[in-house]
Write a protein that binds this ligand. Structure first.
Ligand SMILES: Nc1ncnc2c1ncn2[C@@H]1O[C@H](COP(=O)(O)OP(=O)(O)O[C@H]2O[C@H](CO)[C@@H](O)[C@H](O)[C@H]2O)[C@@H](O)[C@H]1O
Length: 481
């Protein structure tokens, strides 16, 4: 089976969050299921720089008004199709934001062009490759199934995956005439969303199947609390909605072979793990001690519950814990966490940056990772934590709920516990969870058991890749694959 995946970022070339990890890892896992994926990504500068001997496979004089080309190349085992359109993607800022952190004013055009190219490739515009199905990710690619719906071309099956429903890609209706869609597409049954053009809405409306990245979150988004306005449409599509939990690339995230950490170790033998703790302490200017070291590796946003971390910091220090924070995001939350670090030199350290190798070292060296998200479609950092023996302390929501087994008395007795979870997402309930984690830490036998059980969890892509492959097959004409 041949699948075209379309994504706005992909690990290891360009990453702002978990979407890139999934876009980079899923194709490799699908290979083992007999699915050959090619991934269409924008020609961001970091992507263009990584291409070696790219092959030109399609040229556009006019792709929604810009000159563009599709280049084919293989990078890190991934077969890429790169939309090289310098007017749209050769920018000094990030994939979505300029150097001042503001959305590019033409994001609607940048990702409509990506989607138009995706639809073209799905319909066989490349000289030598015709996919059976197209799989698109998040709002940036939501117009792909819409173009496929409204084009006068043979139907191509499509899957739309929601990684974060909070980002919907809604734009003023004045852009509609420039998208190259027929007038009747501006409709409740098409791309129209409360009088605007909604890219994510369009994808959910028009894709053959919709998925999100955990079973719990697939249920949650049917409710007003989590659906963020899209719950009505999602309920109408409930029979086509699938919750498939993310895996992680267990080769990239392997404490036995990771070159970004101070000392490698295996699940069966954690004796050398503390060398990584020393390295984290040094990196964050923390005092060396054997008390519990918590970490945060996250976008610093309200979604991720970072206001709660800032509020709990004093209590954590009073309980003898230390905290290392790696992340960037909302200025007020960054400020609150920096203030906490300033109040507790040597006990709390913060690095306001994006640093992939440091994130590996922290998973290898910290005792526990704090993830108090208010909503979490899947979450990857708890999966990395499980794999590295960095015990996840998580809110009971979305994928966090599906992947972490709380150390309650029954789970401890059954030796099945892999972390600590709490709900509702309030300061009080988080405080209780963190104190519980600290108590467990001071019972070394139990703590080691939790770490080892976590490290035994299957966080690989294997099971979920098989579920995606089944979903793809179910959309293809019977007997074709
Ligand atoms: N400062 C920093 N330095 C280095 N690395 C950093 C970092 N800040 C974050 N990261 C990394 O970025 C990734 C974040 O992934 P998450 O799944 O936690 O959240 P995100 O909200 O981006 O993803 C959305 O999509 C993913 C994928 O489906 C879902 O799991 C998730 O729930 C959903 O919100 C992780 O690999 C993490 O290690």
């Amino acid at each position: 089976m041949k699948v075209l995946s379309v994504a706005s970022e992909i690990y290891p070339l360009i990453k702002t969050g978990g979407l890139a990890d999934v876009a980079g890892a899923l194709p490799l896992a699908l290979q083992k299921q007999g699915v050959a994926t090619r991934t269409l990504v924008p020609g961001h500068p970091a992507v263009m720089k990584a291409l070696q001997a790219p092959v030109l496979s399609l040229q556009y004089e006019d792709l929604l008004g810009v000159r563009a080309e599709i280049l084919e190349a293989e990078v890190a085992g991934l077969k890429l199709l790169v939309l090289n359109a310098p007017d749209l993607f050769d920018r000094a800022g990030g994939p979505y934001l300029d150097q001042n952190g503001k959305d590019y004013g033409d994001n609607w055009l940048r990702f409509a062009a990506l989607s138009r190219a995706g639809a073209d490739i799905a319909q066989g515009r490349l000289p030598d490759w015709q996919p059976d199905l197209v799989h698109v990710h998040d709002w940036q690619t939501g117009l792909v199934p819409a173009y496929l719906r409204y084009d006068a071309a043979p139907a191509v099956p499509s899957v739309m995956t929601i990684h974060n429903i909070a980002f919907q890609g809604n734009f003023g209706r004045e852009i509609f005439p420039r998208l190259g869609l027929p007038p009747h597409a501006f409709d409740l049954e098409g791309v129209e969303y409360y009088g605007q053009v909604g890219y994510l809405k369009a994808g959910i409306q028009t894709a053959w199947a919709v998925s999100t990245v955990s079973p719990s979150y697939a249920e949650e988004i049917l409710t007003p609390e989590f659906g963020m306005g899209l719950e009505g449409l999602l309920n109408r599509r409930a029979s086509d909605l699938h919750g498939i939990v993310n895996g992680i690339d267990t080769d990239v995230w392997d404490p036995q072979a990771d070159t970004s950490i101070a000392k490698n170790y295996a699940a069966g033998d954690l004796k050398t793990r503390p060398a990584n703790k020393r390295a984290v302490e040094a990196q964050f200017g923390l005092v060396e001690d054997d008390g519990p070291l918590f970490c945060v590796i996250s976008r610093l946003t309200w979604q991720k519950g970072m206001d709660l971390v800032a509020q709990l910091a004093d209590d954590m220090v009073a309980q003898g814990a230390r905290l290392a924070v790696l992340g960037s995001g909302d200025a007020d939350l960054v400020g609150a966490l920096q203030a906490a670090a300033a109040r507790h030199p040597g006990r709390i350290g913060i690095a306001v940056t994006y640093n992939e190798p440091l994130s590996h070292l922290m998973q290898a060296g910290c005792d526990a990772i704090l993830i108090p998200s208010r909503f979490e479609p899947c979450g990857l950092t708890q999966l990395y934590g499980l794999r590295y023996g960095c015990v996840p302390v998580v809110s009971r929501t979305g994928g966090l709920n599906d992947t972490v087994i709380d150390a309650n008395p029954a789970a401890l007795a059954a030796k099945s516990a892999t972390g600590v979870s709490f709900g509702p997402v309030t300061l009080d309930s988080m405080r209780r969870a963190v104190r519980r984690a600290i108590r467990l830490y001071h019972d070394p036998k139990t703590w080691l058991q939790i770490q080892k059980q976590g490290m035994k969890s299957d966080v690989s892509w294997e099971k979920s890749a098989a579920i995606y492959a089944d979903l793809y097959s179910s959309l293809l004409p019977k007997g074709s694959h």
